[in-house]
Design a protein around this ligand. Structure first.
Ligand SMILES: Cc1cc2nc3c(=O)[nH]c(=O)nc-3n(C[C@H](O)[C@H](O)[C@H](O)COP(=O)(O)OP(=O)(O)OC[C@H]3O[C@@H](n4cnc5c(N)ncnc54)[C@H](O)[C@@H]3O)c2cc1C
Length: 451
């Protein structure tokens, strides 16, 4: 391979898979998998990406892409891996209320660039996640019930397709590809730039309330009836957390089993507090952190970990959450069960999430009422058992399952599970676009579509 590398003309670095610098170049947030590409191209532009894709095709390699590694779900063995983190341009157009970002941008950069103009992005629970990977998989954040998925607000996409061509796609040009890209993830090309709408949000009434593990049944049963009373301006989730004894956690949470209610209300504090009152009355809190807050502090709602860690996750969606479903969830992951899960999370959907985007797209899971995610560590012997443990949570909730899952919460999943996200018609449409643009299956996306 080294002999032919002189034909790969890019501005960014090119690293052989055995080069020790690869470790830093593709260091991922999820360390369960260690990337083992044959070659890494540190792309600086769409032209670099196109050159890498063409070179890979000429030399018989498949092409993968990585930004932050928050969604790393395999070791990418033998691929040419395009690392996008140098593609870091962010431009906010305050008049048009849009942002245009390079493929390596994380949400934090967009949030900080948009805030001075009184604008916010439809980012998710953690601003360390990459904009492109998140958005191509749908993108569900704390404003979701009011504004929908991030993918619903994409205006245009620049990408390099498997033939090495640089294309710009929007609602008017190649509508099938524009539909598929927004929700069908990395199956159609390597996105080099994304343009999307921002929303006029500066503050919200939000944050988290931590309840003691002993109150899990009271809190979850209150939650399942309470969410039905909430307006679309309110987006919530609730998680059963087995927290490690980390010094960076507030003292009352260290090493404890807690129930974490996350609350985000687009409206004045008194309105938000009135909506939240039934949950505040459900049980005494260990810590109540809900208050008026700037959107820029959005990470404080979920308080996701920020340091890389080895985890395995499995997600599904639920069509309803009756009392029996809450009891089953407590039986499989509640405070009385000895199970090494870090988090079992329910996110309330509905509202704008449940309606098609203004320009329809391929985001799956709109008809569900809740997203369910089970996540655990894969350190040591848990690497062997965690896939089955997380799957068992999903299996036990099967009686209430909606069809499929949200792609971003699917976890490591083979083509059979990926394919089940869509109904037959949408899956056929996605596959037709994929076959047209990548007939030789050169692309190796995290969530691959297969016939
Ligand atoms: C702590 C944490 C919090 C999260 N919170 C949320 C949340 O609130 N809401 C939500 O919806 N999701 C959430 N996610 C899931 C996250 O959105 C997905 O894992 C997403 O794929 C991460 O994208 P990335 O680019 O950061 O990761 P990467 O691992 O770099 O990329 C993941 C995959 O995205 C695709 N991809 C990335 N870049 C490109 C590109 N340029 N072109 C084409 N395809 C590309 C590829 O298939 C790639 O394999 C969270 C994940 C973590 C770990």
């Amino acid at each position: 391979m080294t002999a032919s590398l002189h034909t790969l003309r890019v501005v960014g670095p090119v690293l052989d898979g055995a080069d020790p610098r690869v470790t830093d170049e593709v260091a991922a947030f999820n360390t369960t998998h260690t990337p083992r590409p044959a070659l890494v191209v540190g792309a600086t532009s769409a032209e670099d990406v196109a050159a890498a894709v063409r070179w890979a095709a000429e030399h018989g390699f498949r092409v993968a892409v990585q930004s932050t590694g928050h969604g790393l779900s395999s070791d990418l063995a033998g691929t040419v891996l395009v690392s996008t983190r140098r593609m870091s341009a962010v431009a906010v157009d305050p008049a048009a209320r849009t942002a245009r970002v390079g493929a390596g941008v994380r949400w934090r950069e967009v949030i900080d660039a948009a805030a001075p103009f009184g604008l916010a992005s439809l980012s998710g629970s953690s601003s360390g996640v990459g904009v492109v990977g998140y958005t191509l998989g749908g993108g569900l954040g704390p404003l979701a019930r009011r504004h929908g998925f991030a993918a619903d607000h994409v205006r245009s996409v620049q990408l390099v397709t498997a033939d090495g061509a640089i294309r710009r796609v929007d609602a008017d040009g190649d509508p099938d590809l524009f539909w598929a890209l927004r929700g069908g993830s990395g199956n159609f090309g390597i996105v080099t730039e994304l343009e999307f709408d921002l929303v006029p949000v500066t503050t919200l009434y939000g944050g988290g309330i931590f309840f003691p593990g002993e109150a899990a049944a009271d809190v979850l049963h209150a939650y399942r009836t309470w969410v039905g009373t909430l307006p679309e301006e309110t987006t919530t989730s609730v998680a059963l957390l087995r927290l490690p004894p980390l010094p960076e956690l507030p003292e009352p949470l260290r090493g404890r089993f807690v129930v974490h209610l996350r609350f985000a209300h687009l409206g004045p504090a008194d309105e938000g507090a009135a909506l939240l009152a039934p949950m505040r009355a459900a049980a005494p809190a260990v810590l109540d952190l809900v208050a008026d807050m700037p959107y820029a502090a959005v990470d404080s709602i979920h308080m996701d970990p920020t340091d890389p860690m080895p985890t395995w996750e499995r997600g599904t969606t639920l069509r309803e959450l009756p009392a029996a479903a809450v009891d089953e969830l407590l039986a499989v992951a509640g405070p009385d069960v000895a199970v090494p899960l870090i988090m079992v999370e329910l996110r309330h959907l509905g509202g704008a999430v449940g309606r098609p985007a203004a320009v329809p797209n391929a985001v799956a899971g709109r008809d569900a009422a809740f997203s369910l995610l089970a996540l655990g560590p894969t350190a040591g012997p848990l690497a062997e058992t965690m896939p089955a443990i997380t799957q068992s949570v999903v299996d036990r909730m099967a009686p209430w399952a909606a069809r499929g899952a949200l792609l971003n919460f699917l976890g490591s999943a083979g083509p059979e599970r990926v394919g089940r996200l869509w109904d037959d018609a949408d899956r056929a449409r996605l596959l037709a676009v994929r076959d047209r643009l990548d007939p030789d299956r050169r692309l190796a996306p995290g969530h691959a579509l297969v016939r």
